[in-house]
Ligand binder design. Structure first.
Ligand SMILES: Cc1cc2nc3c(=O)[nH]c(=O)nc-3n(C[C@H](O)[C@H](O)[C@H](O)COP(=O)(O)OP(=O)(O)OC[C@H]3O[C@@H](n4cnc5c(N)ncnc54)[C@H](O)[C@@H]3O)c2cc1C
Length: 517
C-alpha cells in the first residue's frame, strides 16, 4: 500500500453531501484548516436522491413544529445566500373532496405558531395559476416553498469552501480510523495509489445514512434510521409552483417543478443502502395518489424514477412519524474525545446543521470565529455581461469563467445536450477538473443527460469529454446507470424513446440497459 505523507488538517469532514460540504464551507470561512473526503462524487447519497424542495415548513407544521420552524427560517436564509440554485416559484397546499375538513384550520394554526408564512386563497385562484389541477379543489393555502437544485447546492458549497481555503476531495473514501487511548489519531483515506493517512485534531462524521458504519470504524454505535423514498420525474413543467396536498404527509402528495421537469414524490418505507432503486410498484402507488389532484398526470410523460434513503435522527417513531430534526452527537461520552456525528435533518436545514456542528468544533479547537454563512452569499453573481441566461442561472458567480471557456473553445458554443440546453464548452470546462472521472460526474455538474432522452443523444459527447479510457465502455456504463431509473416507467413515449435507443446503440455494439432486465 502506498501511503503519502500525512497531511495534518485541523478538521477532517467525512461525507460530501449537503451536510459535509456545508460544514466544510462554514469552518473554512471561520479560518479552520479543513479536509473533506467523499467516497463517491459529491451528492452521491441522499443529497442527490431527494425531491429538491426548499421547505417553507408547511409540511411539518402540524406534526413536527421544531422542524417546521427551522425550515421556515433556513428557507428564508437560503433564498438569500444560494440564489443561483433556487427557483423561488412558491407553493400551494390544496385539499380535495373527501379530505378531512378539520385539517386546513389545524394546518393554518400550526403554521402561525411555527412562524410559517401562509395565505388562504380560493380554489378558483389556484386553478387560474395551476390549470392542470382538478376542478374538485376544496381549499387552498399559499406558502413560501421553492425548488432547489441539490446537485448545484452541494457543488456551490464545495467551490465556496475551496475558495475559503478548504481541501475537498471526491472519490476519496475513508476506509479506516486509528483510535488510541480514546482519541482518533489517524484516518486512512483514498484508494490505490491515492491512499494516504491524515492526522486531524477533530473528525466529523457527516455520512448521513452511512453514519453507523463510519462510527463503527471508531468502535462506536450511531443510530440513524434509514427510510427509503421514491420519486418520479415527468417531462416538462406540469405545475408552475410546488403543489402539496393539504393533509397529513403521505405518499404521492407533492409536485415540484424543476427546471425542464416536474418531480412527483415521495414514498416512505424501510430501506437499506444496497442498490437503492425505485420500483414499478412504487411508481404506480405515486400515480394513484397524484391523479386525485391532477387527473391528467397518468397521461403525462414519465422520464425516470429514482430513490434515496433518508438518514433520520432516530427515536421511537418510524418513517413519516419520525422527526425531521437533527442531532449533533459528541462521542466523548462514549469514550472517543475528538469525534462528532451529525445525524438527521433536511436538505433545507443543512446550513443550520453545519453552523451548529462548526460552533462545536471551534469550541473544541479552542478557537474564535463566528459563523458567516447566513449572510455571505455563495457564488454571488460576478456581474459578467452577455451570458446566455441558462448558463448564468446554473453557475452563479462562476458563470463568467464557464462562459468564457465556451467562447474560447473552437466548438464550445455547439449544443451538447438539447434536452437541457448544455453547451460543449460547459462539458469541456468541467471535464478538465480532477473531480470529474465519469460521465455521471459530468452530468451532475451540467445537467447534460438528465432530460427526457436520458442521455440517448448526448452520451457520446459526455464520453468524449471525460477521460475514462474506453469511450464506448464509458457510454455503456452511463446508459446502464440511467436505465435503472427508466425501467420502472417504461410506458408510452418513454417506451418508444427506449426502443429507439435500443436500435441506435445496437449499431455501436452497446447494450444501453447494461444487460439488465
Ligand atoms: C426520498 C427523499 C426525499 C427528500 N426530499 C427532501 C426535500 O425535498 N427537501 C429537503 O429539504 N430534504 C429532503 N430530503 C432529505 C435530504 O435529502 C437529506 O436530509 C440530506 O440530503 C442529507 O444530506 P447529508 O449530507 O447529511 O447526507 P448524504 O447526502 O447522504 O451524504 C452522505 C455522504 O457520505 C458519503 N460517505 C459515506 N461513507 C463514506 C466514507 N466511508 N468515506 C467518505 N464518504 C462517505 C456518501 O457517499 C454520501 O455522499 C429527502 C430525502 C430523501 C431520501
Amino acid at each position: 500500500m502506498k501511503r503519502s505523507q500525512a497531511p495534518r488538517p485541523e478538521v477532517l469532514v467525512i461525507g460530501g453531501g449537503a451536510t459535509g460540504a456545508g460544514i466544510t464551507r462554514d469552518l473554512a470561512m471561520r479560518g479552520a484548516e479543513v479536509l473533506l473526503v467523499e467516497a463517491g462524487d459529491f451528492s452521491a447519497g441522499a443529497s442527490g436522491g431527494n425531491h429538491g424542495m426548499l421547505h417553507s415548513g408547511g409540511r411539518y407544521a402540524v406534526k413536527d413544529p421544531q422542524a417546521a420552524r427551522e425550515c421556515a427560517s433556513e428557507g428564508r436564509i437560503l433564498k438569500r445566500i444560494a440564489r443561483f440554485c433556487i427557483d423561488d416559484c412558491g407553493g400551494t397546499f390544496v385539499s380535495v373532496a373527501g379530505d378531512d375538513p378539520d385539517y386546513p384550520p389545524r394546518f393554518l394554526d400550526s403554521c402561525r405558531a411555527a412562524g410559517v408564512w401562509t395565505e388562504e386563497i380560493s380554489p378558483e385562484e389556484v386553478r387560474r395559476e395551476e390549470p392542470n389541477l382538478t376542478g374538485e379543489l376544496r381549499s387552498a393555502v399559499r406558502v413560501a416553498d421553492a425548488a432547489i437544485d441539490p446537485f448545484f447546492l452541494v457543488w456551490g458549497n464545495v467551490e465556496s469552501a475551496r475558495e475559503a481555503g478548504a481541501d475537498v476531495r471526491n472519490h476519496c473514501p475513508l476506509t479506516s480510523l486509528e483510535v488510541s487511548d480514546g482519541t482518533i489519531t489517524g484516518a486512512v483515506v483514498g484508494r490505490g495509489s491515492e491512499r494516504t493517512v491524515v492526522r486531524p485534531e477533530i473528525v466529523i462524521n457527516a455520512t448521513g445514512a452511512w453514519s453507523g458504519w463510519t462510527s463503527e470504524m471508531a468502535g462506536l454505535r450511531t443510530e440513524a434510521q434509514l427510510d427509503k423514498g421514491t420519486m418520479v420525474v415527468f417531462n416538462g413543467r406540469l405545475v408552475n409552483g410546488l403543489v402539496n396536498r393539504l393533509r397529513p404527509p403521505a405518499d404521492g402528495d407533492i409536485l415540484v417543478p424543476h427546471r425542464s421537469a416536474t418531480i412527483l414524490g415521495t414514498t416512505s418505507g424501510a430501506g437499506g443502502l444496497d442498490d437503492v432503486r425505485a420500483t414499478a410498484g412504487e411508481v404506480r402507488r405515486l400515480l394513484a395518489e397524484a391523479r386525485v389532484v391532477m387527473p391528467e398526470i397518468t397521461s403525462a410523460r414519465m422520464v425516470r424514477a429514482y430513490a434515496g434513503v433518508r438518514p433520520l435522527a432516530g427515536g421511537s417513531e418510524k418513517g413519516r412519524e419520525a422527526s425531521r430534526g437533527f442531532r449533533i452527537v459528541d462521542h466523548r461520552e462514549e469514550g472517543v474525545d475528538n469525534f462528532l456525528s451529525v445525524i438527521g435533518g433536511k436538505l433545507t436545514t443543512y446550513r443550520l446543521m453545519a453552523e451548529k456542528a462548526a460552533d462545536e468544533v471551534m469550541s473544541m479547537l479552542g478557537r474564535k470565529g463566528a459563523c458567516r454563512t447566513m449572510v455571505e452569499e455563495m457564488l454571488p453573481p460576478d456581474g459578467a455581461l452577455n451570458l446566455p441566461a441558462f448558463i448564468a442561472g446554473r453557475y452563479g458567480g462562476l458563470a463568467g469563467a464557464i462562459s468564457a471557456d465556451c467562447r474560447s473553445s473552437p466548438l464550445g458554443l455547439d449544443e451538447a445536450c438539447s434536452c437541457e440546453g448544455v453547451l460543449r464548452g460547459e462539458l469541456e470546462h468541467f471535464s478538465s477538473s480532477p473531480d470529474v472521472r465519469s460521465c455521471s460526474d459530468l452530468m451532475r455538474r451540467t445537467r447534460a443527460g438528465m432530460g427526457f432522452c436520458q442521455g440517448g443523444l448526448c452520451v457520446f459527447q459526455l464520453a468524449a469529454a471525460v477521460d475514462e479510457g474506453d469511450p464506448l465502455a464509458a457510454a455503456e456504463g452511463f446508459m446502464a446507470e440511467r436505465w435503472k431509473g427508466i425501467g420502472p416507467v417504461l410506458v408510452g413515449d418513454q417506451l418508444r424513446q427506449e426502443a429507439f435507443k435500443a436500435n441506435l446503440f445496437r449499431s455501436y455494439g452497446i447494450d444501453h440497459t447494461g444487460g439488465r432486465p
